[in-house]
Design a protein around this ligand. Structure first.
Ligand SMILES: NC(=O)c1ccc[n+]([C@@H]2O[C@H](COP(=O)([O-])OP(=O)(O)OC[C@H]3O[C@@H](n4cnc5c(N)ncnc54)[C@H](OP(=O)(O)O)[C@@H]3O)[C@@H](O)[C@H]2O)c1
Length: 239
């Protein structure tokens, strides 16, 4: 590895979509531990060489936090330079009204799991004077048809502000808000963007903007077309 010291980086939701695009970008320079809900067998062959993998199902937020901490120890790490809490889910109900079960799942996976994981990972981040990155969404400002998802991301925005203040001087905290990107998330959510999808950003470009935002430790950061057109995927700090 050339340049800066390799970091120990945890990326939740690192087996596909934006998390995997970020992992692929960082794999040559840093040490990576990725997590997701899928089994080791299901993700075999898709992860970057050398990356570790932990199955941490965030449908059970408390257990996911415990499993991540245990996985980090078993991977041989006694500290963490970056935790990128990126795993996320949502539903886009046809009539705009989610079932209670779907609302709970969005809040559990996107918000409660991130909150419990942040607290569980704090001692490891503290040791390395590391950075906690929460992956939100431009939907945190409110978005028609995805109210529970929008609420969970608004919650992450508030969580980042709270922890940034609480952990000031010890662990950096930031929230990144991507705009729409060409991953499988929309299909999984039951939303067909139609021709709009051609306007979505490429996961690789969002991942480049995520990497430089993480290196800069600023918060909040919106990762949208405006930033992209200003060269956001090609300029900025290198992680
Ligand atoms: N794509 C967009 O347009 C967009 C825009 C703004 C923000 N975001 C945010 O960016 C992040 C990544 O999204 P993406 O587009 O890459 O979505 P994606 O392709 O659907 O990937 C989602 C990731 O989250 C993991 N995940 C979902 N439910 C989980 C659960 N219950 N337990 C553990 N892991 C779970 C998935 O793991 P498995 O594959 O194992 O289920 C997968 O690794 C999310 O937080 C999303 O809200 C995305």
């Amino acid at each position: 590895m050339i340049g800066a010291k390799p970091r120990r980086i945890l990326i939740t939701g690192g087996n596909t979509g934006l998390g995997l695009a970020l992992a692929k970008k960082l794999a040559r320079r840093h040490k990576l531990l990725l997590s997701g809900r899928k089994s080791q067998d299901e993700v075999a062959g898709t992860l970057p060489p050398g990356a570790g993998y932990v199955v941490a199902d965030q449908d059970d937020p408390e257990s996911s936090a415990r499993v991540l901490v245990r996985g980090i120890g078993e991977f041989g790490w006694d500290g963490l330079d970056n935790a990128v809490l990126n795993a996320g889910t949502g539903t886009a109900p046809a009539d705009g009204v989610d079932s209670t079960e779907a609302i709970r799942r969005s809040l559990d996976v996107n918000l409660l799991a991130a909150l419990l994981q942040a607290h569980a990972l704090y001692p490891l981040l503290e040791k390395s004077r590391g950075t906690l990155t929460l992956v939100g969404s431009v939907a945190h400002k409110g978005s028609a048809t995805i109210p529970a998802y929008a609420a969970s991301k608004a919650g992450l925005h508030g969580l980042a502000r709270a922890l940034r203040s609480e952990w000031k001087g010890v662990v950096s905290v930031q929230v990144l808000h991507p705009g729409p990107a060409k991953t499988d998330m929309h299909e999984k959510a039951g939303y067909d963007p139609g021709l709009m999808r051609s306007l979505f950003l490429a996961p690789d470009d969002v991942a480049s903007m995520m990497a430089s935002a993480i290196a800069a430790r600023r918060s909040p950061v919106t990762l949208s077309w405006v930033r992209y057109l200003n060269g956001g995927a090609y300029t900025g700090r290198r992680l």
